[in-house]
Design a protein around this ligand. Structure first.
Ligand SMILES: Cc1ncc(COP(=O)(O)O)c(C=O)c1O
Length: 359
């Protein structure tokens, strides 16, 4: 096994940085707090939370609960403002502008390429290949990733829904480890396909970073909580540049509730309902004239190819239903992504589709 030193990969500026030391990080939150220029009085809002105080930069209870849920050590985990922030931090720590390359596999989540370009990284595209069995990684990906400091993979992938086969992932991780490069596995939708998680590869591959989020299966998109999971050295590097107090106190409190045992039981029921609803929607989509292709995928959405995506989206919008046009993505001409809603929402969509597009 190659030795791997993430510090050697970090931008020299980041390595040289003396990180900001916030009052809470330096001294904790107990005792008489006269060290952070806060207002000592509670604000005029209805809340029992200590909102006049700056929050814990990485709240201990939330960290414990997330580490236990994911089965990793606390020092392998950084809580961020959504996975969006995790993606941005990784690029800013590791990619030197106009120099370091980043691999993305379109069609994919747009923030990898956007954040990379904002950082000035050179974006290498390795398009997924559309096969009868759905989208798969490009056979040239390993070669294209040769000099890529970070390769962004996503499983299940947004918007195509495909998962990356474990054997292919292992092979790629091994190759990139030999090349001393990082691989990010975005698992935003993994709770919808739990058998496909790559978290257990973490110990074997110190170049693997897994991104999780509470925005999807945990139903907390409004709270903005993401988690980067990686070897402790990588986490320490990301911590150097994250904002001093990234996580608002109310958000943390709500995330703790969403991670309780009782919430978990309800979440499992919701996941089962969404899976049933997806099956129901897919059965209807199969019968529609306008639908030329369906990618059912492994997440809480389906992707379809239709005769005229703009027209479908426009008509749906007039009926009060918002769908997502994916046609601008390479290889996804006239495609529409449909998220699975609550049963009555899905029924409204089904009524609309059958009313307009059945023979
Ligand atoms: C694949 C993927 N990764 C990350 C995100 C962003 O998640 P978050 O809400 O945690 O920033 C999304 C959001 O749609 C996504 O689809």
């Amino acid at each position: 096994m190659s030795t791997f030193d993430p510090l050697a990969l970090a931008r020299p500026e980041i390595r040289a940085l003396k990180p900001y030391a916030s009052a809470r990080a330096l001294a904790g939150a107990s005792g008489i707090l006269l060290n952070a220029n806060e207002n000592p009085y509670a604000p005029q809002v209805e809340s029992e939370l200590s909102l006049n105080r700056y929050p814990d930069p990485q709240p201990a209870r939330l960290k414990q609960r997330l580490a236990a849920r994911y089965g990793v050590n606390e020092n392998q985990l950084l809580i961020t403002r959504g996975s969006d922030e995790g993606i941005d931090l990784l690029l800013r720590v590791f990619c030197r502008p106009n120099q370091d390359q980043v691999l993305i596999c379109p069609p994919c989540f747009g923030m990898y390429g956007l954040s990379a370009r904002i950082q000035g990284a050179v974006v290498i595209e390795s398009p997924l290949i559309d096969t009868d069995a759905g989208f798969t990684i490009n056979p040239n990906m390993a070669e294209q990733a040769r000099n890529c400091r970070i390769s962004f993979l996503c499983s299940p992938n947004n918007p195509t829904g495909n998962v990356i086969q474990r054997s292919a992932l292992r092979e790629f991780l091994k190759l990139q480890l030999e090349r001393q490069q990082l691989v990010v596995m975005d698992e935003a939708y993994i709770e919808f396909a739990p058998d496909h998680s790559s978290l257990d590869l973490m110990d074997e591959f110190p170049n693997l970073i897994v991104l999780r989020t509470l925005s999807k299966a945990y139903a907390l998109a409004g709270c903005r909580i993401g988690v980067a999971i990686a070897n402790a050295d990588i986490i320490a590097l990301l911590r150097r540049i994250i904002a001093p107090y990234p996580l608002p106190t109310p958000t943390v409190e709500l995330a703790l509730q969403a991670l309780s045992a009782s919430a978990y039981a309800i979440q499992q029921q919701q996941l089962a309902t969404m899976a049933d609803e997806k099956t129901r929607l897919l059965a209807v989509l199969e019968t529609l004239d306008t639908v030329q292709r369906i990618w059912p995928g492994h997440a809480n959405f389906v992707l379809i190819k239709v005769e005229d995506a703009k027209d479908l989206i426009q008509q749906a919008s007039e009926a009060g239903i918002r769908l997502r046009d994916q046609s601008a993505q390479p290889g996804l001409d006239n495609t529409v992504r449909i998220s699975i809603g609550q049963p009555q929402e899905n029924q409204a969509l089904i009524d609309f589709l059958q009313g307009r597009f059945s023979q």
